[in-house]
Ligand binder design. Sequence first.
Ligand SMILES: Cc1cc2nc3c(=O)[nH]c(=O)nc-3n(C[C@H](O)[C@H](O)[C@H](O)COP(=O)(O)OP(=O)(O)OC[C@H]3O[C@@H](n4cnc5c(N)ncnc54)[C@H](O)[C@@H]3O)c2cc1C
Length: 1022
Amino acid sequence: MVVQVANSIYETQTIEIAKQLLDATRQKRSFFAQMRDNMRWDDKLLAWAMSNPGLRVQLFRFIDALPALQSKTEIARHLQDYLGDESVELPTALKNLLNFANPDSMPGQLAASTVSTAVETLANKYIAGATIKQVIKTIERLRKDKMAFTLDLLGEAVITEADAQSYLERYLDLMEQLTQEGKNWSTMPPIDQADGEELPRVQVSVKLTAFYSQFDPLDPEGSKKQVCDRIRILLRRAKELGAAVHFDMEQYVYKDMTLGILKELLMENEFRDRTDLGITLQAYLRDAKGDLNDIITWAKQRGNPLTVRLVKGAYWDQETIKSLQNHWQQPVYNQKSATDANFEEMTQLLLENHQYLYAAIGSHNVRSQAKAIAIAEQLNIPRRHFEMQVLYGMGDQLAKALVQRGHRVRVYAPYGELLPGMAYLIRRLLENTANSSFLRQSLEERPVDELIAPPVVDEEPVETRHGASGNQAVGAGFTDNVTAKTDNLTKPAPSPIPHPPFANAPDTDYAQAEAREKAQTALQTVRQQLGKTYYPLINGDYQPTTETVDSVNPANPSEIIGKVGLLSIDQAETALNAAKAAFPGWRRTPVKQRADILRQAAELMEGRREELSAWICLEVGKALREADGEVSEAIDFCRYYADEMERLEGGYIYDVAGETNRYVYQPRGIAVVISPWNFPLAIATGMTVAALVTGNCTLLKPAETSSVIAAKLAEILVAAGIPPGVFQYVPGKGSLVGAYMVKHPDTHLIAFTGSQEVGCRIYADAAIVQPSQNHLKRVIAEMGGKNAIIVDESADLDQAVAGVVKSAFGYSGQKCSACSRVIVLDPIYDTVVERLIEATRSLNIGAAELPSTQVGPVIDATARNRIQDYIEKGRQEAEIAVECEVPETGYFVSPTIFTNVSPDAKIAQAEIFGPVVAVIRVKDFPDALAVANGTNYALTGGLYSRTPSHIDQASTEFEVGNLYINRTITGAIVSRQPFGGFKLSGVGSKAGGPDYLLQFLEPRTITENIQRQGFAPIEGVD
Ligand SMILES: Cc1cc2nc3c(=O)[nH]c(=O)nc-3n(C[C@H](O)[C@H](O)[C@H](O)COP(=O)(O)OP(=O)(O)OC[C@H]3O[C@@H](n4cnc5c(N)ncnc54)[C@H](O)[C@@H]3O)c2cc1C
């Protein structure tokens, strides 16, 4: 659909005003021309970034790392590392600058100084000051130019409650200082007064998420409470001081919650009459127009106007990448013109409702601003109700031209150090150098008519959260066609063996109220089903048992989730016989039919997603979001292994003239799956369906503490059409029936995930050939880890600390992949430890079903006591830095951090399988790698670094099955991150990977001589 958003009544005037504005901004020599003429290094860097996409990526990556680099030598080394990349073609001047042999040399130091000065100059263009003194100077200059301001405090990511409190306090202090200073400012009527009203001279812009470190859409009520407590303090103080407060809008995931909280808060009696407050809407969102309509309705009820700042949106790349990674509907438009068109429509809607809402139009696009002016002029909008806004350093000429035209103009001025301001700077650089950006196109001196032409949109409409298409002209919906087109900083992924993309099941987006409601309803429904008895499923029938065991909620052990019938040895024998009898039929069942049963199981799981998550949450104490991720993983295993088996079915053909050679696979026979409680659905499903789809008859023996969830899996497989005897659910005591089945002569294969101790025993038992056994057993064992994350000096510490906390304490450290050692380089050790301690103290500990919970219980009393024993040992070996209060009821263990731990200490070597982390100080990167590799395990590992040579070195030398760089080390996704380790972490190929099914199969070669009397068909010859 192509829509031209032109022929409105405002179009002629829009074009006229746009021309005037462009003329005014271009009268002075254009910025681009200045850039060419001046050729200062900062200008050169920007110009190169615009003309060379490869250089842009590497340059911005370098700039991102720069503030963390401590010496000129380090800067010089990183310059070569980033810009010396073969994929980047360098302009001659840069090539010459980087042509030094040694980063320590004079030329190396010169390059470091030149580039870091240039980046500092760049930052100074967009950041209004690093100190309050500097920023006040900037503000006074702006006021002299008849421009108002709004001040934004740049800060580190808020990942601790101390950060959130400090954010509030810094704003209180800032407002105080500015209002004090403001007393010396002489009145500037164009910005200090409007329609006879005195306007606040001081305005600050704040971000809602920064008021609470655990701000989470899954927990709207808890987040609201924490945030509102702090915002009330801010608003009260602002009122006393006569300062205005504006709320920025951040990533989409926070949007509904931000609007919800503000709508409620600003309706409170205390704040309801305030007209000096404002909120922000982003026109690049497909939802945005619906949101504006809601806010208009709300503002009418409120009875007092506040400001809506309309912007296009600053996180386009991030939103696009996130939706692609999660397979979620893309919340932002795909086409720049769609955003522009929506912006114009929203401008009109906003201005038409100016009696309820004041409009602040935030854009550097001359056409967008011109359209707003045209509408405002025709509607005769009062001055108080309409202002234009630009970002500091982005629209200086435009702002001046707008002031000259007599409009009220405000400049958004960020203030703070470069390091915490880096995310902001990178957003501005991206925006300025993006092909589609108005600023860039204007700098390139595109023809005026083209620059100010009305946006033409040809996207298809898509359903938004508001039900209808947010804009008649837009919406390509859930698109994958933007994959390669983003303006992001991602390195093009080298792909040695391209693999067809597998479509993973999307996790639930809890930012959607409907998803949260469904989750809560499912918890209630499941609660009504607690306490039932689950018997073994033998040869198609549920068979009563003499013994049962209670499976309980680890957060509340008096709550019985279900009673589980324990299989006897006799019943195990019956089940094995049934499997043996079913095997000939199942191995002959066409692969397509077997694969389709898995696909049907995946559908059933998707249909029962919320219910399954609720069972996981209650039976093993896994927090809701992680439980939901586990359901996705189980679904993925079904679909992925179904596809994989169909791929393997054809085998390989190695024919030569006169001879056919076929390489084909056959199932092994009877598979015993022994699954763990920590991924009670995903791992049980993965191992079971892998065994089934390859044609093996399979017995699933789940861990006792998660047997109810496994019973749900059994229900699903039966409903999906698995025949009796082919799959059997055989809960029982591991040491008894588990061992019996492992040793049984009819067992061909054991797939196990669990502790090293049990895994090694199974390996040994399976190696013994029993009487009447005429085959060797295959063991696939995924065992533990002592997983380390290395943090080097160049790391983004906000990202590193948040990543370590999530990797270490998610599911109380009970994932095989969890981080239990943090190896930190000496220069940043103290900073990392300090932030880590605060971030850990800020976590909410509680029952897994509570939406506020980040750390739930451990699985049972035995686990709790074992972990506590380790903590006691740890006290003797190292310094304990964090211990938190935990609920009294339930099997809770506090997240615990030990610092200054020796690499050889018990707590640095033993697999604890709980929320306990050892922090180890090392002198340099080689030392870090040596310590990381100094255990018996090799499962997962992580590195936070922006040093390319360290990343390369870790890629080859960090001994782990799964290495994660600059991200959390848990949460492997089927097909994207096949999972599994080596050394004592396991034996066998990676789950969710292309080799996994081969372990469940035996290959055969069939060779036939097809010559008869010297005759055989010869390919290509008649
Ligand atoms: C005073 C002020 C306050 C601001 N506050 C916020 C805030 O709170 N939250 C926030 O998110 N942003 C905020 N911004 C930043 C703002 O979103 C960007 O500066 C703005 O989007 C740039 O748009 P433009 O009209 O100046 O430029 P243009 O060049 O016309 O538009 C660029 C914008 O188009 C959009 N876009 C780019 N490519 C595509 C594509 N392929 N498909 C669809 N859309 C695309 C993006 O939003 C991009 O930023 C603020 C800006 C100002 C001026």
